[in-house]
Design a protein. Structure first.
Length: 446
C-alpha cells in the first residue's frame, strides 16, 4: 500500500477529528486556568500546580491505555479478534483499580504534596482543595482514557471528538456557574473549577462507554473474558505499557521537578509558565493529532509486516507537518505581547512571556520530531529505547541544566525554558537516528 495513494487520504480522515478532539481537550485542561485568570492570580498559580500533579497521575492510566491501542491495532491487523476482546476487559479493570488507589492517596496527602512542591504560601490552600476535589474524578478519567484508546484503535476518531465537545461544554457551563457564582450559587473560585471538572469527567465517561459499546461491532466488557486470568496478555500489556507510558511519565515528573524551581522564583513566574504551556499546546497540537493517527496506521502496517509502509508514513508526517508547526510557533512569538495581554495586565508576566515564546520556536523543532518518532517507535514495538533516552535527557538536561541556567546563573524562567529546548532537540536527534537505523524491523510483534 503506497503512502501516496491510499494511506494519505486515510491519514487525513483520521487526523482532523483527533485535532478537534485535542483542541477541545486543551480547553478542558486549561479552561479552569483561563477563567480563573479573571478571578484572581493566586487561583491561577494554585490550579497550575495542582494540575501538574493530576497530569502525572493521569499518565499512570496511559500505561495501559497506550498499550491497549498498540495491541488492538496489531491484533486487528493480524485478524485476532478474541485477543482484541480480552484487551478491552483487562485494560478497563486494571485502570479502574489503579485509579481508586491513586484517588485514596491523593485525598490523604494533598496538603503535604503542595508543601513539598514549594507552592507559594498564598496559593497553597486553594491548590490543596482543588487537588482533593479533582482526585475524586480520577476513576472517571481513567475509564475515559481507556474507552478512548479502544475507539482510537478502531479509527473511531469522530466519536471521540464529539464526546470531547460535549465534555468541554459541560466544563465551561460548570465553571461559569461555580467559579463566579450564578444566581444563588456562591463564588467558589478554584474549588468551583474542580467541581466542574469532576462533573464533566463523569459525563465524559458515560458518553465514551456508550459510544464504545454501540459503535464497535461485538464490543464487550464481560468479566468472563478474564476467566482464566490472561496472565500472558497482562504481561504483554505491561511490557508495552510501562516503557511506553514511562516516557510520558518521566517527562511530566521532570516538568514537576522544574516547577519547584519556578515556584521559588515567585508567583509571577508560575503564572507566566501556566500561560506559556497553553500557547505551547497550541503550537504542537496539529502534529500531535497527526502523529496519533499515524501511529494507528503504523500499527496496522506492522501487524501485516509491511515495514516499508510504516517507514513511508513516518517520513511523510515529519516532512509535511514540522514546517507547519514551526510556522504556527513563529506567529505566536510575533504576537506574544497582545496574546499574553489577553490573560494578564502584569507587565512582568507579559515581558517574560515574550522571551519564553522566542525560545519556544527552537523548542518546537525538537518536539515535532519527538512527538512523531516516539509514537511510531512505540507502535512498532520499540518501547524501551524511547523511555531510556527520555529519562536520561529529561532529568540531566531538562532538570539539571534548568537548575544551572535558571537558578544558579539567575536566568529565571527563561533559563529553564532554554534547558527544555536543549532537551527536546537532543532527544530529537537521537530518536531520528534510531528510526533510520531500522532496528525496529527486527522486533517481535503479535
Amino acid at each position: 500500500m503506497a503512502a501516496s495513494t491510499s494511506s494519505k487520504p486515510v491519514l487525513w480522515k483520521m487526523t482532523w477529528p483527533i485535532f478537534i478532539e485535542l483542541l477541545l481537550q486543551m480547553l478542558v485542561g486549561n479552561i479552569d486556568q483561563i477563567m480563573l485568570s479573571h478571578f484572581n492570580a493566586t487561583a491561577v498559580a494554585a490550579v497550575g500546580n495542582a494540575n501538574q500533579v493530576i497530569t502525572i497521575l493521569l499518565l499512570t492510566f496511559s500505561v495501559i491505555s497506550l498499550a491497549s491501542t498498540i495491541l488492538i491495532s496489531q491484533y486487528l491487523g493480524a485478524g485476532q479478534q478474541e485477543k482484541v476482546q480480552q484487551v478491552y476487559v483487562l485494560s478497563a479493570v486494571v485502570n479502574l483499580a489503579v485509579s481508586l488507589v491513586l484517588m485514596a492517596l491523593l485525598l490523604l496527602g494533598a496538603d503535604r504534596l503542595m508543601a513539598l512542591m514549594q507552592v507559594p504560601a498564598e496559593a497553597r490552600a486553594e491548590a490543596a482543595v482543588y487537588l482533593r476535589i479533582t482526585a475524586v474524578s480520577l476513576p472517571f478519567q481513567a475509564l475515559m482514557l481507556t474507552f478512548s484508546a479502544f475507539l482510537r484503535a478502531h479509527a473511531r476518531m469522530t466519536v471521540i471528538m464529539l464526546s470531547t465537545g460535549v465534555i468541554n461544554l459541560v466544563n465551561i457551563l460548570g465553571n461559569t456557574a461555580l467559579i463566579y457564582g450564578l444566581g444563588p450559587l456562591p463564588q467558589l473560585g478554584a474549588a468551583g473549577a474542580a467541581l466542574s471538572t469532576l462533573t464533566c469527567r463523569m459525563v465524559g465517561m458515560c458518553l465514551l462507554l456508550v459510544s464504545f459499546l454501540r459503535s464497535i461491532p461485538g464490543a464487550t466488557l464481560s468479566p468472563r473474558m478474564l476467566n482464566p486470568w490472561p496472565s500472558m496478555l497482562f504481561r504483554r500489556l505491561l511490557g508495552i505499557g510501562l516503557p511506553a507510558g514511562g516516557e510520558g511519565l518521566s517527562y511530566n515528573l521532570s516538568q514537576a521537578a522544574s516547577l519547584v524551581f519556578v515556584n521559588m522564583i515567585g508567583t509571577y513566574a508560575v503564572t507566566t509558565r501556566v500561560y506559556a504551556v497553553i500557547f505551547a499546546q497550541v503550537c504542537y497540537m496539529l502534529i500531535s493529532a497527526v502523529s496519533q493517527a499515524t501511529a494507528v496506521l503504523v500499527g496496522y502496517a506492522i501487524g501485516a509486516r509491511d515495514f516499508e509502509e510504516a517507514n513511508r508514513l513516518n517520513n511523510h508526517v515529519l516532512k509535511v507537518f514540522t514546517p507547519i508547526t514551526i510556522s504556527i510557533t513563529l506567529a505566536l512569538a510575533l504576537f506574544a505581547k497582545p496574546l499574553y495581554g489577553l490573560f494578564s495586565t502584569d507587565p512582568q508576566v507579559i515581558a517574560l512571556g515574550q522571551k519564553i515564546m522566542c525560545i519556544e520556536v527552537i523548542l518546537e523543532i525538537g518536539r515535532c520530531f519527538n512527538i512523531v518518532l516516539v509514537r511510531n517507535l512505540q507502535a512498532v514495538g520499540d518501547v524501551r529505547y524511547p523511555v531510556t533516552i527520555g529519562i536520561i535527557s529529561q532529568w540531566v538536561v531538562a532538570v539539571g541544566v534548568a537548575w544551572l541556567l535558571g537558578m544558579k546563573l539567575g536566568l529565571g524562567l527563561a533559563g529553564i525554558w532554554m534547558a527544555f529546548a536543549m532537551d527536546e532537540c537532543l532527544r530529537a536527534i537521537i530518536f531520528w537516528a534510531r528510526w533510520k537505523s531500522g532496528r525496529w524491523k527486527d522486533l517481535q510483534t503479535v
